[in-house]
Design a protein around this ligand. Structure first.
Ligand code: MTE
Length: 322
């Protein structure tokens, strides 16, 4: 197996990632000079606004007593992204993901289930009542956002296809179409991007199949038309633009642990006590914090969802299963 560094890519240190202040300054400068149009760049929110459709939802009660901070501004949520199929720079997905075609779109459900089926995205949208859930998303790179997602528990879908006793894990396979995704020409990751959860993690009521954010359908750069959101795990577990959900008996491979197994484990639980081999995970920077000198926040165990999910890992050595 080729490691990332052998393929000419090393996941950058958090200190090397474009700081948000620089990134925002660049964006303001471009807007101010009218340079975005000259350079053929398209404004991220304007671009998503052309496609976004309102998505009605009820407020979820799945969160119980979890307190949530103020949501991150929509402009940051839609312009500071990781979606390597469109490039590795934080600004690439907003500039380039307009090439993604989200209709027609089918999600295949297969493997250890009694009722395997391809499901059309518009049927999937109607499968259960849409809920709005404000969840934190914490990236392994040391930043976080608070996002009002729209969707429902993945468990709703899994129950309908009736898993057999052999369904121990759930794998998520995402779209890999070079015609729509310019980033696929890079070997930074193996494509398609794949992720997976243990079946009890997938069935946990907090695990969300998201179709929208901020009351509208997902912008392409955030993983349209459907993505996963697993709020107690590092953001990379939340696979975007899913085309296949496969229930399997053996623990499946996942893109980041294939790329750098010593850095990204299968579980990927947010754990401030387990450092990434090249940097600490103890604190995080909240994207959109208007105070430039705002202190980094302490990262919470399981990203603040310990009371809800801690029992899933009882007895496991979380330093070994990072
Ligand atoms: N899904 C796909 N298909 N491709 C990706 O590159 N990046 C992951 C995850 N899902 C990624 C993906 C990473 S590293 C993060 S942090 C989150 O998406 C970012 O989600 P956001 O851009 O909506 O904040």
């Amino acid at each position: 197996m080729l490691l990332l560094k052998d393929r000419g890519f090393v996941h950058r240190l958090p200190s090397e990632i474009t700081p948000q202040t620089v990134f925002e300054g660049r964006r303001r400068l471009l807007a101010g000079m009218g340079a975005a149009a000259t350079l053929g760049l398209r404004n991220a929110s304007a671009q998503s606004a052309t496609k976004a459709v309102p998505l009605a939802s009820v407020r979820s009660n799945v969160l119980g007593a979890i307190t949530i901070d103020k949501p991150t501004p929509l402009s940051d949520v839609t312009s500071y992204n990781n979606f390597y199929e469109f490039g590795t720079d934080k600004s690439d997905p907003a500039r380039r993901a307009h090439t993604l075609k989200t209709r027609p779109w089918t999600v295949a459900i297969e493997g250890a289930v009694k009722k395997p089926a391809p499901i059309d995205i518009d049927d999937l949208l109607k499968l259960a009542a849409m809920e709005e859930r404000v969840y934190r998303l914490r990236c392994v790179e040391g930043w976080s956002m608070v996002i009002p997602w729209v969707g429902y528990s993945l468990a709703e879908l899994i129950r309908r296809v009736e898993p057999t006793g052999n369904a121990k894990f759930v794998q998520f396979v995402t779209l890999a179409d070079p015609a729509q995704m310019p980033g696929l020409s890079s070997s930074v990751l193996q494509w398609p991007y794949v992720e997976a959860l243990r079946i009890d993690e997938a069935m946990h009521p907090l695990t969300m199949l998201a179709f929208g954010l901020y009351g509208q359908t997902l912008p392409n750069q955030n993983g349209a038309p459907v993505r996963l959101v697993v709020p107690w795990k590092y953001g990379f577990k939340s696979a975007k633009s899913i085309v296949k959900i496969r229930l399997v008996e053996q623990q499946p491979a996942t893109s980041w642990s294939l790329a750098a197994p010593e850095e990204y484990g299968f579980y990927s639980n947010v754990n401030p006590k387990v450092d990434h081999p090249r940097w600490s995970q103890a604190t995080e920077r909240r994207i959109g914090d208007s105070d430039l000198f705002a202190k980094k926040r302490p990262t919470l165990m399981f990203n603040g969802y310990e009371a809800q999910v801690g029992s899933l890992y009882a007895g496991m050595d979380l330093k070994k299963h990072f």
